[in-house]
Structure formats: C-alpha cells, structure tokens
Design a protein around this ligand. Structure first.
Ligand code: NFS
Length: 635
C-alpha cells in the first residue's frame, strides 16, 4: 500500500513523520514548559544552560506537569465517551420510544444489584433509567468514592487510601488535576503524579468501566464470534462504508441501518451487490465484538483504507481520526462524514448524529454513502488481497463460563492453570500504532514471544487488530506459536491463545477479570502479587498514558515501547520506574525492543511466581530468565 500511495503521489503519516525529523528533544524529554506567558521555558539538555524555569520550576516539576496534563486529556476522552453512553441510556430508558434499548437485562440486573438500586416492582426500562442516572451521577460526584472502586481487591484499595488517590468523581479529579498544573500551583513532582493517578483511576475504575458496562447493557454483551481483519475486507463489488472513531452510539446505529431493506435495495439500484460495513480503530472493535463486522485496520491504516479507492464513505466520530483523512479522501471519490459536534474535520461533510433520532440519522448517512458509489473510479481501485480470520468477543463474564464449562462456571480452572504452571502468567498487551515503529511489528513480536513462553495474552484496541492481522486471534495459532502449557489450555477450552476483549475502554474488562482471579483465591490478595504484566509496545495517544497510569496504580508492572516524556527529569523518571512500586505495587519500564520487553515481563512474572511459592512453568520453555540467557550466550 505504501508503494501504491507513493505511485499515486499521496502523502501519508509515514511521509509526514519523516518530514518532521529531527524531532524536538526538549519535547521528547518532557522539559519544555509553556504553561504561562513568562515562558516558554526549556531546561538545558547539556547542563550548561537553564536548570530551572523562570518561575523556578525544576525539570521534574515541568515534566510531571506536562505528563499529568496528558493524563487529564486521556481520562477525559474515555470518560466523556462513557458520559455519552450513559446519556443515551438515560434518554432511551425514559418514557417514550427510542432507537436504543436495553439488550442485556441480565447484566443490567447484576449492575443494579451491585449498586444497590431498588428494583422491586420496576420494569427493565425503569431499572435501566435508574442505573443510567446513577452512572451519570459519577461524573459530577463531589464526595465519597466512585462506585466501581469497590471492585478492586481490598489490599489495593488500602494502598489507594494510604496514598490519598481514591477518586471522588470523574470530572472532579480531572478539573482538580488541571488546576494543580497552573503556574504557581503544585510544585511537587510526586504529588502531581498522585493527582494524575487519581484522575487515571477515575478513568479505569470509572469512565472506562462505565462505558463497557453500559454498552454491554444497551448494545448487548459480546459473545465469541468469527470475522476477518485487514484491508482485504473492503469489497470491490459493494458499497463500502468504513466507520472510524470510538463511540458505539454511532456505529451501532450504522450497523442497524445497513440492514434496512430499502437501503439494500438502493445500493442494488446503483449497481452494488450490497453494503459492506467495516471498521478502523476502536469503533471497529466495538462492532466486531458485538456483530462480527470485519475490521479494515488499525490506527495507521486509516489513510490506506481510503487509498484503496473503493471506500465510498468514511464515517467518523471522535478520537484517533487524523485530520489528514480529509486530504486523502479528496484525492478519491470518498466522502468523509463527521458526526460529532466534538470533532469536525477539514474537507468533511458534517451530518450530526442526534441520539433522539439516531436511526434516521444513521439511515441518512448510509444513503449519502450509497449515492456516492456511482462516483467511484474503478480504474483507481486497488484493494490488497489480504485478510485474516479471527475469533473475538471475550468478556469477563464469558471467560468465566468458558473456562469452567457450563456446569462449573468459575475462575478456578484459570487460577489452577496458573498455580500448576500450565500458564506461566497472563499479560495484557494493548495500545496504539506509532509511526516510530514498523507498523504492528512490536505488538506481534512481543505477543509471540510471550505465547512461546506460556504467557496467555489479553488484548484490546489497535494491538488486538494487529494480532488479528497476524493470525494470532485464531485458536489454531496456539499450535503454531504457543508453548505446551497454553496449547493444553486452549485445546481443552477451544479458545485462541490471545483473547480479544474489545476497545481500549474495555481494558476495564481486564481489571474485572483480574479482580475475579484474586477473589477466586490462591494467588495473593492484590494485582501487585499476581504473575501478570502489561505492555503497550507502540503507544502514542494520551489515552494510553491514562491507561498506563491506572494499570501501574492498580499494581501492574507496565512496559512501554516508547518512553514517557520524562527522560530530562531524572527524579521523576526514577519515581515512575522504581519508587512508585512502594506506593502502588506496580511500576513502569521503557523498552522499545519488543523481545527484550517481553523478557522483562516474563522475568517479572517469574519473580511473582517465586514470591507466591509457585514453581516455574510446568513444561520447559525457551526462555528461562536472565541467568539462563547469559549462560547460553557465554557457553
Ligand atoms: Ni486506544 Fe482506540 Fe488505537 Fe490507540 Fe486510538 S484507536 S482508544 S488510542 S490508536 S489503541
């Protein structure tokens, strides 16, 4: 596709990345401050220039302020997404008709019971309304603590109480965090990070978890299903509509509208064989998980999808949509249609999705896309013949049932597999694409290395799409890539060795699963003691930073491919990669080589196993720790 875009004279993210070199080291190292107009201030890279800002802020304080502002944006993005879902559910369950309905009443009932909502004599709709109202109250809550905090292991909650980081309300912590970063505000790097963690926990155990739970309730909980992934899912004979962005409020309605007989007829009348919906980024994961809609690609493929020349419309809402898609769409017949007042794009036609008329709006958008089919120039169409089968649709609930079987639904078999060493441990590998790295290479190499060493992998977001394209989401991939222990588990249960749990907001599913593992017993009393690790090999977004911080604050050892922008702030870097473990159990490591990063994770998992008095993996595995590797090298 890169050869194709070059031949067509198109500019893509990789060209712009090259044109941007060399990139500013002050920015990379986190030591440029432009929070007030005495600056911008830059701390010297050589030690010969300024060692503090004009106000006296040190490198640690400047880098910490910059970093926590990124957490604030990331947490806001996930949480505002959740607010939209809760608002849609609130209106949908009010009196009158709505295009959205409660699709999973059993999950609704469980959540209502957990939140102690009085359900006696109430209809499903009324319970849904009360739950949506309670969810909305979490955003502006001023006292107490977020409801889902109590889902975390008690030992971790105690750490959070000790550090004073339990979030009271989702919006509140973001506002307070931003306030702290104002000139003359918080000038203690560790305290700034604690405020950042409060906002990040308000994402993971707040906004993201609310988004996942309520989406399952109003759009249905995912079940295992098969589909395909990569640009080859774009169908030359059909009207191709690519949905890109994040909120299923839009994409769910587009899925529903794409099945409307009148629109299918309209497509046929234009000479198309049907309507092919496909997705990019996390909205792709949402409609894949619930409907099996194929995935066209992850973050770095958004321009490439358009450059196939066969995309009649790209429909976007919010987050991770490059402004450049308008420019590339203009080179083809592709219509770029924006749908959210929160995100408008150059050269896009705006067709706002109003949740009160969602289905009609979605139909109008699809009609517009179909009308554009006849403008397609078939001479310009170039779709690579490449797509891979995949299995997706895993949730905290259906893993529970799957692992225990129908008659013994429980996490016990998972815990037992870890305790006996069949599974050495579990890794969450998540996050974005970043043009600094060869696309997907980090995700795939790390995941294969973990599998080879009997570490089961849970994945979401753009990593899940990378794994799908590499064939890692098929049960058969266990035989090809996994160690003997994982193979036995996958054979017994029929699952792939890499479990696709959804979009990035669905990392909350991983938190719930780990909470259940701790509750099941035998593996310690918090996440910090579990043989687990997390990684984001190609992260680039501020949402990924928020995720990284709630992962670490929840006790996870978290390896990032790209370092956080703290290299110019030695005190802060030391805290994040070491000292923070004393406060929360988890810590960061930075390693851009995915194999070395996988081994950091495996070493951590082995150390956790030892601390739990569990012997090593049950079967011989290729990597036996640092000493063995060094010994092999020396021999
Ligand atoms: Ni996550 Fe989804 Fe992808 Fe990164 Fe963007 S799509 S929310 S942020 S780029 S994984």
């Amino acid at each position: 596709m890169l050869e194709h875009t070059k031949a067509e004279g198109l500019t893509t993210v990789w060209d712009r990345y090259e044109a941007m070199q060399p990139q500013c080291l002050f920015g990379i190292k986190g030591i440029c401050c432009k929070n007030c107009s005495m600056g911008p201030c830059r701390i010297s890279l050589t030690g010969k220039g300024a060692t503090e800002g004009i106000c006296g802020a040190t490198a640690d304080v400047i880098a910490a302020r910059n970093l926590v502002r990124m957490i604030a944006t990331g947490s806001s993005a996930h949480s505002d997404h959740a607010r939209d879902v809760a608002t849609a559910m609130f209106h949908a369950t009010a009196e009158g008709e709505s295009d959205y309905q409660v699709k999973d009443p059993a999950k609704l009932a469980r959540l209502a019971a957990e939140w102690e909502i009085d359900t006696a004599g109430k209809s499903v709709k009324e319970i849904g309304h009360a739950v949506a109202e309670a969810a909305l109250s979490q955003f502006g809550q001023q006292f107490g603590q977020l409801k889902f905090i109590s889902r975390a292991p008690e030992a971790q909650q105690a750490r959070w109480r000790e550090a004073g980081v339990i979030p009271k309300g989702i919006d509140r912590e973001v506002v307070t965090l931003l306030h702290s970063t104002h000139v003359g505000g918080d000038s203690d790097a560790r305290n700034l990070i604690l405020s950042g963690i409060r906002a990040a926990l308000g994402d993971g155990w707040g906004g993201s978890m609310i988004a996942t739970e309520l989406q399952d309730i109003i759009f249905q909980s995912p079940a295992w299903l098969k589909s395909r992934s990569n640009l080859g899912v774009i169908d030359p004979k059909k009207v191709n509509i690519v949905v890109h962005g994040h909120e299923p409020i839009l994409s769910e309605m587009l899925v529903a509208a794409s099945h409307e007989p009148e629109l299918l007829e309209l497509a046929k009348s234009k000479g198309a064989e049907g309507i092919q919906l496909s997705g990019i980024c996390c909205t792709a994961n949402e409609i894949l998980m619930r409907h099996g809609i194929p995935v066209a690609g992850n973050f770095l493929q958004q321009e490439l999808a358009i450059s196939t020349g066969a995309v009649d419309a790209m429909i976007v809402d919010i987050q991770c949509v490059m402004p450049a898609v308008g420019t590339i769409a203009e080179k083809f017949h592709t219509k770029l249609i924006s749908t959210s007042h929160k995100a408008k794009f150059p050269k896009a036609q705006h067709m706002e999705l109003d949740e009160a008329n969602a289905l009609d709006n979605a139909k109008a958008i699809i009609r517009e896309s179909i009308e554009n089919f006849e403008n397609r120039d078939t001479a310009k169409v170039k779709i690579p013949d490449v797509s891979s089968p995949l299995v997706a649709g895993f949730t905290a609930e259906n893993i529970f049932t799957a692992l225990g079987g129908r008659y013994r639904p429980s996490y016990r078999p998972l815990n037992d597999a870890i305790i006996t060493g069949r599974l050495r441990g579990v890794a969450a590998v998540v996050g974005c694409n970043n043009p600094r790295y060869q696309q997907d290479a980090g995700h795939v190499a790390m995941t294969r290395e973990l599998l080879k060493n009997d570490v089961l992998v849970a994945t979401t977001g753009c990593t899940a799409i990378a794994d799908a394209k590499a064939g890692l989401l098929c049960p058969e991939s266990a035989a090809e890539f996994a160690g003997q222990g994982i193979r036995e588990v996958c054979d017994a249960v029929g699952i792939p060795p890499v479990l696709h749990l959804g979009a990035c907001v669905d990392i909350s599913r991983i938190l719930v699963i780990l909470g259940n593992v701790v509750k099941e017993g035998g593996l310690g009393d918090d996440f910090a003691g579990l043989p687990i690790a997390a990684a984001a090999p190609e992260w680039m977004s501020e949402k990924a930073i928020a995720i990284g911080f709630y992962a670490v604050a929840s006790g996870a050892y978290t390896v990032l491919g790209e370092p956080l922008p703290v290299a110019g702030a030695p005190g802060l870097e030391a805290y994040l990669t070491d000292g923070i473990a004393a406060d929360f159990g988890g810590k960061f490591a930075f390693e851009s080589d995915p194999i070395k990063a996988a081994h950091l994770m495996i070493d951590h998992i082995d150390a956790q196993r030892e601390a739990l008095h569990l012997s090593g993996p049950m079967f011989p595995v290729p990597y036996q720790g640092q000493d063995a590797e060094v010994a092999a090298e020396n021999s």
